[in-house]
Ligand binder design. Structure first.
Ligand code: PEP
Length: 248
């Protein structure tokens, strides 16, 4: 069995009290399985509750959904890498399509955030992916490699600490997902890009409307090292079942 990573992006859902209840149910429903890790990305206000809920479970980890690139300062509403780390985060999502397309985050900013994450000893999960218009124009690989280069070109020595999540924008929260073959094709391109930089161990996740019905088919593709899941991770028993049953 190859190691698989299941990442849950709760977006703007699940406050601290709900997170405690969620994890009590999840831990009961999901006992550790070999070669399988589950990472939770709660909203910042729930980070500490999640970290407390994960104690004594080496297979589970908490991360932040975003960080600012500065370690501290007058950035109302933002959190920094050191602040997230102090709350117990060990990873961070960077460049999620909602950050890029709703909040206008640029490629250059993702690069600064990856750098800030590594400085704060957080494992960056860099999200890349094309819009529908870009896909239809045949620009998928160009867009994804541009996003990789912008965020990671300066990090060649640290690529083993980075996880990539390929998330086509048109598949996120829409109920449409890439076919396993479509996803695997883009993953192979990403892997080529990484190999050219001597990064042989960087994991590549797929994200975009993954659910209990389609996860096993997606993970049957050897190119996929795991999944990043929004909507289908919000209900603890269903998420536990997805992680347990979506076997490689
Ligand atoms: C996500 O938030 O990264 C995501 C993939 O969401 P969903 O699974 O709801 O499409």
């Amino acid at each position: 069995m190859r190691p698989l990573l299941f990442a849950a992006n709760w977006k703007m859902h699940v406050g601290p009290r709900d997170a405690r209840e969620y994890l009590a149910i999840f831990r009961h429903a999901y006992a550790p399985l070999p070669e399988r890790q589950v990472w939770f990305f709660p909203p910042a206000v729930s980070l500490e509750a999640v970290v407390e809920g994960l104690t004594h479970r080496e297979d589970l980890l908490a991360g932040a959904q975003d960080i600012h690139w500065e370690p501290k300062g007058a950035y109302t509403g933002a959190i920094s890498g050191p602040l997230a780390a102090q709350a117990g985060a060990r990873a961070v999502l960077i460049g999620h399509s909602e950050r890029r397309h709703v909040f206008g985050e640029t490629d250059a900013e993702t690069g600064k955030k990856v750098d800030a994450a590594l400085k704060a000893e957080l494992l960056p999960v860099l999200c890349v992916g094309e819009t529908l218009a870009q896909r239809e124009a045949g620009e998928t690989v160009a867009v994804v490699t541009r996003q990789l280069a912008a965020a990671l070109e300066n990090e060649s020595t640290a690529l083993d600490k980075v996880t990539i999540a390929y998330e086509p924008v048109w598949a996120i929260g829409t109920g449409r997902n890439a076919t396993p073959k479509d996803a695997a094709q883009v993953h192979a391109e990403i892997r080529q890009w990484l190999k050219a930089r001597k990064a042989g161990t960087t994991r590549i996740l797929y994200g975009g409307s993954v659910n209990l019905k389609n996860a096993a088919d997606l993970l049957a593709e050897a190119e996929l090292d795991g999944v990043l899941v929004g909507g289908a991770s919000l209900e603890p028993a269903g998420w536990a079942e997805l992680v347990r049953t979506a076997a490689a």
